[in-house]
Design a protein around this ligand. Structure first.
Ligand SMILES: C[S@@+](CC[C@H](N)C(=O)[O-])C[C@H]1O[C@@H](n2cnc3c(N)ncnc32)[C@H](O)[C@@H]1O
Length: 286
C-alpha cells in the first residue's frame, strides 16, 4: 500500500504521475479526455469515492481499477463521476429545424419506396434526444404509415435505465413547447412520462463508442445524432468514432453533431451539407 497523501483540508491529494495513470486508463476505456488531465478536478470528483472505499491515495485507486476482480465495475463508477449527462428535450432547436425542414425531406424523397427510417442517438444520456427525434418524426403527417425506429445508446448503464423508464423532471422540459408537451407526455406520480406511442418507437442499449465491434447491434441507420459527446473525447477517439459512424450510415445518411463540434478540420469521407442555419455531414450516395 502507498503512503497517505492528505492535504490540510482533509482532501486526498493526487500526484502528476497518478493523474497520468488514471488519464491513460480512462482514455483506453472510453476515449474521454476532458477533465481527466486536471488533478484538482479528479481530487474533487473522486476524493469522496476514495474515502468510501477506505483508500489512502490515488495510486491505490488505480491499482484497484486495474488489477482488482471488481475493477471493471469500479471503472464504470469512476467514469460516472467524471462525465456529464446534461441533456433536455428539443435541445438546439435551430438544428432540429434544419433536420425537419431539410434533412428529413431529403431522406423521405429518397426512401419513399422503402417507407422506413432508422435513427441513432449516440451518447443519448437519459434519452431526451432519442425521444425528441421520435416526436419530430411523428409531427410529420406524411410519415404516419412509415416504419420508424430510433435507437439510443450510451456508455452509462445508469442513464439508460432512466431512458427506458421515460419519466422526467422539470429540467428536461426547459425548451419544450406547451403543445408538444400536451401531445406527447402524460403526468405520472413520479414525474412526466413520454407517451406509449413515442416510447414504442425507441429502444436503448449500452454501447461504448470507441468499440467499433459493438456497432453491429445498432443496424444500418439513416441519420446519427451525436451531439455534445465528442467534445469530451480526445482527437484520436473522435476520429476513430467518425470513421465508424460513416460505416454504420446507409449511403446518403446524415451525421449531426453538437454546435461546438465540427469536422471542418478533420480529414473524413463525409461530405459537408450546408443547411440554412447549420452544417451537417452526409455519407455520399456512391
Ligand atoms: C452531455 S451528454 C449528451 C446527451 C445528448 N446527446 C445531448 O446532446 O443532449 C454526453 C453523453 O455521452 C456519453 N458518453 C461519453 N463517452 C462515451 C463513449 N465512449 N461511448 C458512449 N457514450 C459516451 C456520456 O455517458 C453522456 O451520457
Amino acid at each position: 500500500m502507498s503512503g497517505r497523501q492528505v492535504g490540510e483540508s482533509g482532501r486526498v491529494r493526487i500526484t502528476d504521475e497518478e493523474v497520468r495513470l488514471l488519464q491513460e486508463l480512462v482514455h483506453d476505456h472510453c476515449g474521454l479526455s476532458t477533465g481527466v488531465n486536471d488533478g484538482f478536478f479528479l481530487e474533487r470528483r473522486l476524493g469522496p469515492r476514495l474515502r468510501e472505499l477506505g483508500l489512502k491515495c490515488f495510486l491505490d485507486y488505480y491499482h484497484l481499477l486495474r488489477f482488482d476482480p471488481g475493477g471493471d465495475e469500479e471503472l464504470d463508477e469512476f467514469v460516472e463521476r467524471i462525465t456529464t449527462h446534461e441533456t433536455y428535450f428539443f435541445r438546439e432547436q435551430f438544428q432540429l429545424d434544419g433536420f425537419c425542414n431539410q434533412v428529413l425531406p431529403s431522406l423521405v424523397d429518397r426512401l419513399s419506396a422503402r417507407r422506413s427510417l432508422a435513427f441513432w442517438s449516440a451518447g443519448c444520456s437519459t434519452g431526451e434526444e432519442a425521444y425528441t427525434i421520435a416526436m419530430l418524426v411523428r409531427e410529420q403527417p406524411q410519415l404516419d404509415d412509415w416504419n420508424v425506429r430510433v435507437i439510443g445508446t450510451d456508455l452509462s448503464r445508469k442513464v439508460l435505465g432512466q431512458a427506458r423508464a421515460g419519466v422526467y423532471g422539470p429540467s428536461s422540459f426547459r425548451t419544450t413547447r406547451a403543445d408538444l408537451r400536451r401531445r406527447y407526455f402524460e403526468e405520472v406520480p413520479d414525474g412526466t412520462r413520454v407517451c406509449g406511442a413515442i416510447r414504442r418507437l425507441c429502444s436503448f442499449r449500452q454501447l461504448n463508442l470507441i468499440r467499433a465491434a459493438q456497432y453491429g447491434s445498432v443496424g444500418p441507420v439513416d441519420a446519427i445524432f451525436c451531439r455534445n459527446v465528442l467534445m469530451y473525447l480526445s482527437g484520436s477517439a473522435r476520429n476513430q468514432i467518425i470513421e465508424s459512424f460513416y460505416d454504420r450510415l446507409a449511403p446518403g445518411g446524415y451525421l449531426l453533431l453538437g454546435h461546438s463540434e465540427s469536422l471542418l478540420s478533420t480529414a473524413t469521407r463525409f461530405e459537408h451539407v450546408h443547411l440554412e442555419k447549420d452544417l451537417v455531414y452526409r455519407r455520399p450516395l456512391v
